[in-house]
Ligand binder design. Structure first.
Ligand SMILES: *Cc1c(COP(=O)(O)O)cnc(C)c1O
Length: 456
């Protein structure tokens, strides 16, 4: 084994602007529609939920959007993030491929999510907001927003999906350490939560339900807004610091990816690493293959419909065109909680429809097997979500081995798994079920998609 393992940038080399893929798309994104009228929404329609700066980023077609100085200063607590060459994993696989990974687990929350939590808290504080509501699946987003809220003096209220609230008590302890309040969702604090509990008191919850609860409270008070940790264009935008840094670091390594791999829940860490490379390709640069990896138990990109749907279960959010399993679909309680969302980011969905990327799905045992091999060779224990990206990268490396190709593979290692060790224990005990969704429920959720005439 030889060669450099770690590629580090100076603080001064951290990107000064985020990259907006909307500037380079060959076809613009389909319009976002009002949930009631089905007419295109304007910035004012979103104002009860988000501060205007974030709404403007949502619809912007500017290629570069400056990162505010206070945000860059906080980013420097963990950015620039390292890029590693996975020499030992390559050796274990016996592959001629070169594998690189960009590690986002060094942030205070242990994942990529603070990359957007910090700017979201900043813009809300600038707009005079005092309180943020949000949802969290695995607890990563709730942790990240709680951390951001503590830096910008914002109260944070987190609705945590019931099954993960029960599985991960330490996540809640971290959120409370940052000063946030955390409730299991469905909860008794909202009209919608109470209606869900009335139907099914032991409901495991879902991100769609938790979003409805958080939105319900946000629209009731002028000093309160809602923050979303994935899916939306502005969230994907903030995550592009990952790919922009990785581009610099691949150059330092004197290499360029033939394949870029990321895991997809709502699509933000994937977009973060992939969109700068897609845009570079659209502007005439090399075009690496771009591969999204999703869980077989919640396969929005590979099994969902590309259609207009609601972002939440109570149908309070606007309609966006995306790959969706249906907003009433409740994914099974598998362990990559961050990937249990019925829809995919509209911009990722659009990129898939335009043929700018591919998608594959793997089961959770396949992904844990990959994550354990990664831990035993590279040392970092990946988050269960990140295991999907590891699995995707390993499959590409094994393909290179079969084909005798020395391609370069880059993947996003979006977080560490230190709060997810109960899932690893279950995997080792052979107790991790291959959770599969109920085909009938999926068919029902898909048949319930709103019928919407797409505006010309
Ligand atoms: C939240 C989360 C995800 C899923 O969200 P995306 O928006 O798809 O990135 C994936 N990995 C980790 C570690 C997460 O915390």
């Amino acid at each position: 084994m030889s060669g450099q393992t770690k590629f580090l940038l100076q603080e001064s080399q951290m990107p000064k602007a985020w990259y907006n893929l909307q500037a380079d798309l060959p076809k613009p994104l389909p319009a976002v529609l009002h949930p009631g009228t089905h007419q295109p929404v304007g910035p004012d329609d979103l104002a009860p939920l988000f501060p205007m700066e974030l709404i403007l980023q949502e619809v912007s077609t500017e290629r570069e959007i400056d990162i505010p100085e206070p945000v860059r200063e906080i980013y420097q607590l963990w950015r620039p993030a390292p890029l590693f060459r996975a020499h030992r994993l390559e050796k274990a696989l016996g592959t001629p491929a070169k594998i690189f990974y960009k590690y986002e687990g060094g942030s205070p929350a242990g994942s990529h999510k603070p990359n957007t939590a910090i700017p979201q808290a900043f813009y809300n504080q600038q707009a005079g907001i005092k309180r943020l509501t949000t949802e969290t699946g695995a607890g990563q987003w709730g942790t990240s927003l709680s951390f951001a809220g503590s830096l910008f003096d914002l109260e944070v209220l987190v609705f945590q999906v019931r099954v993960s609230y029960d599985q991960k008590p330490y996540r809640r302890a971290v959120m409370e350490t940052y000063g946030a309040r955390c409730l299991p969702s469905p909860s008794n604090e909202t009209v919608y939560g109470r209606s869900v509990l009335a139907q099914r008191p032991d409901h495991p919850g879902s991100l769609g339900i938790a979003i409805s609860e958080a939105v319900e409270l946000a629209v009731q008070r002028d000093d309160t807004k809602y923050a979303l940790g994935s899916v939306l264009n502005h969230v994907l935008l903030h995550q592009t610091v990952i790919g922009l840094e990785a581009m610099e670091q691949m150059q330092m390594a004197d290499a360029w990816p033939d394949v870029v791999v990321g895991c997809t829940g709502g699509g933000s860490n994937f977009a973060g690493i992939a969109f700068p490379f897609i845009g570079h390709g659209l502007r005439g640069g090399p075009k690496p293959r771009i591969v999204a990896v999703e869980p077989a138990a919640c396969p929005s990109l590979t099994r969902g419909k590309y259609a207009y749907d609601y972002g939440d279960t109570a149908h309070m959010t606007p309609l966006t065109k995306m790959h969706t399993l249906g907003s009433t679909f409740t994914p099974p309680g598998f362990h990559a909680g961050g990937l249990r969302y019925h829809g995919m980011a509209p911009m990722v969905s659009h990129a898939k429809e335009l043929g700018l990327m591919e998608a594959v799905a793997y089961t959770q045992n396949q992904c844990f097997e990959a994550g354990v091999l990664f831990a035993r060779t590279e040392g970092i224990v990946p988050a269960p979500e990140a295991n999907h990206a590891v699995k995707g990268a390993i499959e590409e490396a094994l393909r290179c081995k079969r084909e005798g190709k020395s391609e370069t593979i880059l993947f996003g290692l979006c977080g560490h798994g230190h709060f997810d060790m109960a899932a690893y224990q279950k995997y080792f005990a052979g107790e991790l079920k291959e959770e599969s969704y109920d085909e009938k429920e999926l068919a029902m959720a898909l048949s319930g998609l709103p019928s919407v005439a797409e505006p010309a």
